[in-house]
Design a protein around this ligand. Structure first.
Ligand code: NAD
Ligand code: GLY
Length: 371
């Protein structure tokens, strides 16, 4: 087993990210090293628990850590007030106290919900992320954003609560369905599109290797993505400025996901792929980046089997008005004006505040036409 360790340097809230094939087996030792004698409250979903909970509990048993588990239904709908209330009730019934640890074993849904619950129960207990999807390993498990969804939009209720450790076992991804793997790959390519054209090219050239085996390409993709995210989070933990760059494509994506009713019809990473393409389309139309850039970006996502146009997504009955209204719910919007991440080229994204609605509407009008 070869593992890499990164540090997210946030002073008193600093933590390690451990990445590698097989690192789940060392999760017990890692957790015990944080503080001995703690009890562990595991949060997972049915799919992940069936496949990987036993490996985690073995690792905890091996170092004598006691544990209980709450296994929730899989899917975006689990990031709801109802399930949050249920989970917190279970934590209180288990007499969870501030010396105990919550461990999120799952994808971004479990990570976001368990992190939020950990952040508010008893005014906050520590938690650990053990991400089991590619998307969670390269994005959601790092940076401390936790949330649930509301009918008004995604991730609208939550808090910043940093984990105290992230354990990303790249081998655990071998059981991940191919569609989920592609959705996670979208977030990897996103990092290159934001700030590193060489990484974007590398990720495009190694898409198959990243998605197909727990080898060096997958480990590099996870490590480099986490490193890029860690540097952004260190500089702007609470998204006062540059952290918003990580939301390239996300304002479009969140509107698409809301139109799809968070139903699994459109996965988050799929919406991000289509959203990044729309962001580059808009950048090109506003003459911010050279002609042909959006086509190149679209080619990379498309080669990885990701949707790049509304026509590639299931029919959602979304209108231009629906999408614009939802985009205005975005947490970055202010005074009824959109804030978008646009680009001057591949690897040259920037945050544009007070974006004029007219070109966005024009773009969506054309994009929504079905062939
Ligand atoms: P997910 O958590 O729903 O997991 C996807 C599916 O894969 C689920 O059915 C799950 O049961 C299954 N699964 C997970 N690991 C598996 C494994 N190893 N083998 C087999 N099946 C497995 O989805 P996701 O894509 O991981 O996360 C999406 C969520 O993450 C969204 O809610 C999004 O808003 C959130 N997110 C948060 C942040 C953040 O910074 N907090 C960043 C990006 C995304
Ligand atoms: N996924 C965007 C962020 O963590 O800021």
């Amino acid at each position: 087993m070869s593992a890499e360790r990164l540090r997210v340097d946030l002073g008193g809230r600093a933590y390690d990210i451990l990445v590698g094939a097989g690192v789940l087996a060392s999760a017990g030792m890692e957790i015990a090293a944080l503080k001995r004698g703690r009890r562990v409250f595991i949060v997972s979903d049915d799919n992940v628990a069936r496949l990987h909970l036993a490996a985690l509990t073995r690792a905890l048993d091996a170092v004598g850590l006691t544990h209980v588990a709450s296994v929730l239904p899989p899917g975006e709908a689990t990031k709801s007030f109802g399930l949050l209330e249920q989970l917190i009730g279970q934590m209180l019934d288990a007499n969870l106290d501030r010396n105990d640890l919550v461990v999120a074993l799952g994808g971004g849904v479990i990570g976001d919900l368990a992190g939020f619950a950990a952040g508010i129960v008893k005014r906050g207990v520590d938690y650990i992320q053990i991400p089991t999807t590619l998307l969670a390993q390269v994005d959601s498990s790092v940076g401390g954003k936790t949330a649930i969804d509301m009918p008004q939009g995604k991730n609208l209720v939550g808090l910043f609560h940093q984990p105290c450790l992230v354990v990303a076992d790249t081998q655990v991804l071998d059981t991940l369905p191919a569609r989920e793997m592609r959705a996670g790959y979208a977030e990897i390519l996103k990092y290159g599109l934001i700030s590193d054209a060489n990484f974007a090219q590398w990720a495009a050239a190694h898409a198959h290797a990243i998605m197909s085996e727990a080898g060096p390409a997958r480990t590099r993709a996870v490590v480099d993505s986490c490193r890029m995210k860690a540097r952004v989070v260190e500089a702007d933990e609470r998204e006062a400025g540059q952290r918003a760059l990580l939301n390239l494509g996300h304002t479009f994506a969140h509107a698409i996901e809301a139109c799809a009713g968070y139903s699994g019809k459109v996965l988050h990473g799929e919406a991000v792929a289509a959203g990044c393409c729309l962001a580059f389309d808009l950048s090109e139309q506003l003459k911010l980046c050279p002609g042909g850039t959006a086509a190149r970006v679209r080619g990379w996502f498309s080669a990885a089997g990701l949707p790049t146009r509304f026509a590639d997504l299931p029919e959602m009955g979304a209108t231009e008005d629906d999408l614009v209204e939802l985009m205005k719910q975005d947490k970055k919007a202010s005074g009824g004006k959109l804030t978008l991440v646009l680009a001057r080229g591949i690897g040259q994204a920037f945050v544009e505040r007070h974006v004029d609605e007219v070109p966005v509407r024009a773009l969506l009008r054309v994009a929504l036409r079905r062939p």
